[in-house]
Each structure stands twice: as C-alpha cells, then as structure tokens.
Design a binder for this molecule. Structure first.
Ligand code: PBG
Length: 328
C-alpha cells in the first residue's frame, strides 16, 4: 500500500532545547525527593560507607546539619535509619526511647520544623543480632505474629519521638493493620503509615547492609517477595491499602518499573519508589571507572522512575538532584 499523507516528523518537537523543554512529559520536582539518612550511635564525626561513595553514617551533629541542608534544598522529606552500638535477639534498641533511631528522630524533627516530613524506618533488622527483620521462633524462623508485637511497640516509640511517617519495611503479614490499630488506640491518628507494600528480596540492598552493619546470615526470602512475581506485587499493595496504608511503595525501583506502573494505575493513595543502595552504587561505580556520565545517568534514572508512575522517590542523590531539577 502506498502512503499518500505527509511524512510524520516527530523530530520537529525535538529540534531545540526550548522545544524539548516545552514538550517534556515528566519532570522531577525537588519536593518529590526523599533523602534516606543513616545515623550511627556513639560517633562524633560522620563515617563514610565504602560501598556507597558520598554517603555517610551521621553523628547526631552532622545529622542536624544535613537536615538543614535538606530543608534549604526544598526536598520533600528524610527517611531515618539507626545504626546501634549494641544488638540483641529482639532488637531492644528499636523501642528504647533513647535508642539511636528515636534520639535521631527527636533531633531531626526539631531541626526540620515545618520544612520536611520526617520519616522513620520501622523494622527490626538494624537492631537484631541475627539481622532479620523480625524475632525468631525456636527453630530460627522469623515469627510473623510475635514480630507484630515488637512493631507495635516500635510504632509507639517512633510516634513519641515525633516521627511524622512510619516506614513499615519488614514485610510481615498484617503489619500495617497492627501498627494502625496501636497508633489509633493511643490517640495518634496524626501519624501516617508508609507501607513498603511490594518489597522484593533483592541483591540491590547489598550496600545498605554495609551502611547499617547488618548482622544477617542467610537471606530474607521467607518474607520479602520473589523478584519473579508481578501479580503478587499487586496483591501486596491491595492488602496494605485495605489495612490502612496512607502511602504505598515499590522497592527496589529500577528493576521493578512494571510493578511500579501497575501500582500507580491502581492505587488511590500516593505511590512512592525506593531507588535503593545497589542502584546508587552501580551508577557511582561505573562513574568511578569513567564508563558512564554521572549527572545524565542519575537524572535519567530518576526521571524513569517518575515516568513509570512514582509520585515521589527515595534516593541517596536527593540533595544534588533537587539542585539540578530546580533549574529545569
Ligand atoms: C529494612 C530495609 C532495607 C532497606 C531499607 N529498609 C534492607 C533490607 O530489606 O534488607 C534497603 C535500602 C537500600 O538498599 O537502600 N530495614
């Protein structure tokens, strides 16, 4: 069949920077970026993390300064992770009001004022001596329902410390309902829940385990999801919505953009994505070898996550990306 119409020329709208800027479908606004921060107990200076060049374990003082920088950059929020000095079987440090995460939360909330949403990781893995996200039964398996008891206690401790948003990252069944119930019973209707709804058992968490000095032997495959499963991701999101999640998240981001797009199409609440430590480390490592253009690669990775449907992104590049995208 002969084609008689005009040649269709999509290139017309790509011809100049002005055109490209005008027709760009996706941008990354600083307010849509969330910076994860590690806070280490017992240090007075920030400690570099070898597998995450440019990322540190903060002292309480350097945390305060970083919160001020985050507020000035206009990002949406920070997510706090604690690195305790002592660990035990039930993660006692997680519920100690003076434990590092709760102490850091008080510092961050005071410094952030109204400028940032201060978020806290609600999970036991940083605090347990076996490194699992929950408590173990007599056979060494992660005990779902006894873990929920600890998550309830942790939720109250984090709410008391002033956290605005609890990041439930442990992948226990029923964790959102359990935490919502205990918060409501305590009159803490104001504290919101971010459900790590579709969280996969991923190799891309490797550098994070260095960052929190994880004690984990083995793996998390009996509670985090199998990377092969897309339909199950939708089911996990549905369950967390039914249990009362205020925001749902897909994690990791880059290898799960289909799950993210599915979630964005179906969710009545905001959908976030976590660009995890391994995604950060991969790009930084390739840059260090001179194999990839740093800023272009970072910005492309972020715009891709936004394009797939994330309303906001947790990323270790939040501050520098906010600076660049503020000019776009
Ligand atoms: C669990 C938690 C993990 C990450 C965030 N929350 C580790 C895990 O599930 O093993 C990983 C984040 C990253 O890799 O950047 N507390």
């Amino acid at each position: 069949m002969t084609h008689h119409g005009p040649v269709i020329r999509p290139r017309r709208l790509r011809a100049t920077p002005a055109w490209r800027r005008l027709v760009a479908e996706t941008r990354v606004h600083p307010a849509e970026l969330i910076l994860p921060l590690f806070v280490r107990e017992g240090v007075t200076e920030p400690v570099p993390i070898a597998s995450m060049p440019g990322v540190v374990q903060h002292s309480l003082d350097s945390l305060r300064a970083e919160i001020a920088r985050a507020a000035a950059a206009g990002i949406g929020g920070v997510m706090l992770f604690g690195v305790p000095e002592h660990r035990d079987a039930i993660g006692t440090g997680a519920t100690d009001p003076h434990g590092i995460l709760n102490a850091a939360t008080r510092v961050a909330v005071a410094e952030a004022g109204d400028a940032l949403v201060v978020q806290t990781d609600l999970c036991l893995d940083e605090f347990t001596d076996h490194g699992h996200c929950g408590v173990l039964d007599a056979d060494g398996r992660v005990d779902n329902d006894r873990t929920l008891v600890r998550y309830r206690e942790m939720a109250l401790a984090q709410a008391d410390a002033g956290s605005h948003l609890l990041g439930l990252s442990g992948m226990m069944d029923g964790q959102v309902a359990a935490v919502r119930a205990v918060l409501d019973a305590a009159g803490r209707h104001d504290v919101a829940i971010l459900a790590y709804a579709a969280k996969y058992a991923s190799a891309f968490y490797g550098p994070f385990r260095d960052a929190v000095e994880s004690q984990l032997q083995g793996n998390r495959r009996s509670y985090q999801m199998d990377p092969a499963n897309r339909r199950e991701g939708a089911r996990e999101v549905e369950l967390d919505l039914a249990e009362g999640a205020d925001i749902v998240m897909v994690k990791p981001a880059m290898s799960y953009l289909d799950v993210l797009a599915d979630t964005a199409a179906a969710s009545p609440v905001p959908v976030w994505a976590y660009q995890v430590s391994g995604e950060y480390a991969m790009i930084e490592a390739a840059v260090a070898h001179g194999w990839i253009e740093r800023e272009r690669a970072i910005d492309e990775s972020l715009v891709g996550i936004r394009r797939a449907g994330a309303d906001a992104v947790l990323t270790y590049w939040a501050l520098e990306a906010a600076e660049r995208w503020a000019q776009v």
